[in-house]
Design a binder for this molecule. Structure first.
Ligand code: 8YV
Length: 311
């Protein structure tokens, strides 16, 4: 039987993923998608706009994104064209929750300024008020979007002695809630969130969700963490709030326009920035690649997709 013809990005990938591509698929790596290709492996770097979808060869029937997020794909245009779209849920939950916790700790304990002090040799000795941060134990963590990643962060934060509050479109079952306190509205969640962590997808409804008005509803000196998508935050508003101390510190793994981020973030001492490392462990990236290939293999083998994007 001939191997399914797919197009894959010309990007480094885990060895096991590359080995499976070579063994099971007839793969075109990088460059334009040639006629005859049936499936695409893409990443969030590939923007599948309606125009890009219209320009695909008619032979393409399935697009598997190497990500859980799919805001880089115009789903209505893909559906109208009859394309099956798949993503990689579940396997990046723990890794992304780890990065959210890392950002909470790094932002609240001023890790960026501390590291700079050591590296730049400006550390002149201990003093009782040097780089004083804020303890997270006993504080209230507000989680916006209590899906898989939000729940995995809640589990970690509980172990750190934080009290968990959340807002979600729907209230979770008691077993999933595990004692977290539900807020029906953001307006109820924000004023009690000493630390706020964003875990909602990028949609029209979440675009600039954290605008000046909502940032002002947080307690003065709150910590903001974003591992979801940069578009959930209004950059001008956040940068202004970081300047006044309304937001004491932010931990950001995602940015609007990344990697071309708002340059003001680079120099703000109270921003701990990371280059979208949420799922960047070898275990997770291997599992994500395998999951994307499982979907391509299923669809191109005449079976239903395992992780279809239905939105
Ligand atoms: C990835 C992510 O690092 O899966 C997602 O939606 O944001 C991250 O896990 C990124 O998308 C690159 O694949």
């Amino acid at each position: 039987m001939s191997r399914p013809r797919i197009h894959v990005p010309d990007l480094p990938m885990p060895d096991a993923v590359l080995a499976r591509i070579a063994a099971e698929f007839d793969a075109v790596r990088g460059g334009p998608v040639p006629d005859g290709v049936a499936g695409l492996l893409i990443t969030p770097r590939d923007k599948l706009t309606p125009e890009a979808i219209a320009a695909l060869p008619a032979s393409v029937t399935v697009v598997a994104t190497f990500s859980v997020g799919y805001d880089h794909i115009n789903i209505p245009a893909a559906k109208a064209r009859g394309l099956i779209v798949t993503n990689t849920p579940d396997v990046l939950t723990e890794a992304t929750a780890d990065i959210a916790l890392l950002l909470i700790l790094a932002a609240s304990r001023r890790a960026r300024e501390g590291e700079a002090m050591v590296r730049e040799d400006t550390w002149v000795g201990w003093n009782p008020m040097q780089l004083i941060g804020w303890q997270i134990t006993g504080k209230r963590l507000g989680i916006v979007g209590m899906g898989r990643i939000g729940q995995a962060l809640a589990q970690r934060a509980r172990a750190c002695g934080m009290q968990i509050h959340y807002h979600n479109r729907t209230r979770l079952a008691p077993a999933e809630e595990a004692g977290a306190i539900y807020h029906e509205t953001l307006e109820s969640l924000l004023p009690i969130s000493d630390v706020l962590s964003l875990h909602a997808p990028a949609t029209a409804a979440t675009d600039r969700l954290m605008n000046a008005d909502r940032l002002a509803q947080l307690p003065h000196g709150a910590i903001l963490v974003n591992t979801a998508r940069g578009t959930l935050v209004d950059d001008d508003a956040l940068i202004a709030a970081l300047g006044t101390g309304q937001i004491a510190a932010a931990g950001l793994d995602v940015f609007t326009g990344e990697p071309a981020i708002d340059p003001r973030y680079r120099s703000l001492p109270n921003v701990f920035p990371l280059p979208h490392l949420g799922s960047a462990t070898i275990e997770t990236r291997t599992a994500m690649g395998m999951r994307a290939l499982d979907n391509l293999a299923a669809v191109l083998g005449g079976k239903p997709p395992l992780h279809p994007v239905t939105a």
